[in-house]
Design a protein around this ligand. Structure first.
Ligand code: ADE
Length: 246
């Protein structure tokens, strides 16, 4: 998979691509990236990339020609073009899975008050928001999307880790403990020291359900609608809510 990031500030995504697991995945050739500086396609000597909006209003809009030229410079024919914007569809783990199957992802990082609608209509496949808040930088939002996507690509992370993590089946994660057995006057739950795998699995499921009920009851309803709650899970939910465990 290759990420093509169209940006006025390539140093922001570059720092990310050059660090930790991401850099390793690049080194191994599992992923590749291309940082396209939109400013390189500006037409005047000042490298102007913004202009005032037709109809008036606050702020500036990204100029059409430099952005269109930057998009045209991305050569692969089969590519998915994403405009990262607070006005887009909300990003989810399912979207991350779907995007991880593409061969070339193009991300347009918005700045100013946004980009010209005609660019969206002509080039963009998806408008994606990372949440209901406004960041000053589309680069940070694009980096969030890239992070969620690249780690799902085969070979980046062990598949068992992906299977157990939050959202993979619609529930939040169970609590984790490591050494020492007692820390800050709190003991690791006995069951985790018992070596009894069946009981540990059931305990973890119950912990996940209790945490999801407490933090994100909407996810319980969604998991139920998607048929992801087993009879065992439903029974546990009943117990948790009956004794107010969550
Ligand atoms: N740019 C600024 N805020 C954003 C958000 N919440 N999601 C995506 N892009 C953004």
């Amino acid at each position: 998979m290759k990420f093509h990031v169209l940006t006025l500030f390539p140093e922001i995504p570059r720092a990310f691509f050059e660090s930790s697991i991401m850099a390793k995945a690049v080194q191994k050739g599992i992923i590749a990236y291309d940082l396209v500086n939109i400013r390189d396609f500006a037409l005047d000597k000042h490298k102007t990339c913004d202009d005032s909006p037709y109809g008036g209003g606050a702020g500036m809009v990204m100029m059409t020609t430099p952005l269109a030229s930057a998009l045209n410079s991305v050569k692969p024919k089969r590519k998915r073009v994403i405009y990262v914007t607070p006005s887009g569809k909300k990003f989810t783990q399912n979207m991350a899975y779907e995007l991880s199957r593409e061969s070339d992802l193009v991300l347009i990082c918005g700045r100013y008050e946004g980009i010209d609608q005609r660019i969206i209509d002509s080039y963009v496949d998806d408008e994606i928001s990372i949440g209901d808040y406004v960041l000053s930088s589309g680069e940070v939002a694009a980096t969030v999307i890239i992070d969620a996507v690249y780690r799902l690509i085969d070979g980046v992370i062990a598949s068992e880790s992906l299977e157990e993590e939050s959202f993979s089946d619609g529930l939040l994660e169970y609590p984790q403990y490591t050494r020492p057995e007692e820390f800050l006057e709190q003991k690791v739950p006995d069951i985790l020291l018992s070596g009894h795998h069946k009981n540990i699995r059931a305990w973890r499921l119950k912990q996940r359900l209790a945490k999801t009920l407490r933090m994100r009851p909407d996810l319980i309803a969604k998991a139920r609608d998607n048929g992801k709650l087993t009879k065992e899970a439903e029974k546990m939910i009943e117990e948790i809510t009956r004794i107010g465990e969550h």
